[in-house]
Write a protein of this length. Sequence first.
Length: 274
Amino acid sequence: MNRQNVFALTRDRQSARPHLGIVLLSARELDKMRQVGRLAARLLQHLEPMVQPGVSTQMLNDEAERWTKAHGATSAQLGYTPAGHPPFPRSICTSVNEVVCHGIPSAKQILKEGDIINIDVTPLLDGYHGDTSRTFFVGKPSPAAQKLVEVTETCMMRGIAEIKPGARVGDIGAAIQEYAEAHGFSVVREMVGHGVGREFHTEPQIPHYGMRGTGVKLRAGMVFTVEPMINQGVKDLTFLPDLWTVITQDKKLSAQFEHTVVVTETGVEILTLP
């Protein structure tokens, strides 16, 4: 999400936590990440049939919490408390339509035909975090919403395709930005991808825009998220008074997809596949 703390913080709300640096995961640690990554992906699969008109975002949250516990994990999002924020009060994020990220599930928020919703989950299993999200259609989308969501998913995959040892973080962002802007959409700047493992958010930061050949050089064993947020209108954001919910400044639609990946000796492996 933001440059310092991908889950929550804006540039003027820097985390008080010490800099954790870039961690290269061992083979044993990567096995743990594969397990929790698969669990995260399966959780999204489990929730997908519930994404229907008339369902509240609180119902999605409650089922996610039940399913996560039934599979021996907990939610890393529930109670997460970065500097300058209250504890996050739910187990998943549900970001509907103009909500860019960190939407808080509510019994009062009822999905309706034509909505889009990003569901962001991060189960914690055996000390490791599986971080992934998808944007779903509620019923039949408008052609404009369908195009935005399809382009956003492709942006993520194009960014991931740039990942290999010796490549640069800027290569990922450039691929995403080029594709999004070629289709008339804008890329959120304030929120970025992040390292993940035993810690929820670590270095490196992964902006979803940028210039090729710039930024941190990628090395085998680095694990991080690629999670572009693509807006239908302007890239600018508004932060709501709850200190969590972020919406598009012009109230137009926003979509997001997220995978956790590891840099391998020959390229990249997506860890959040079912």
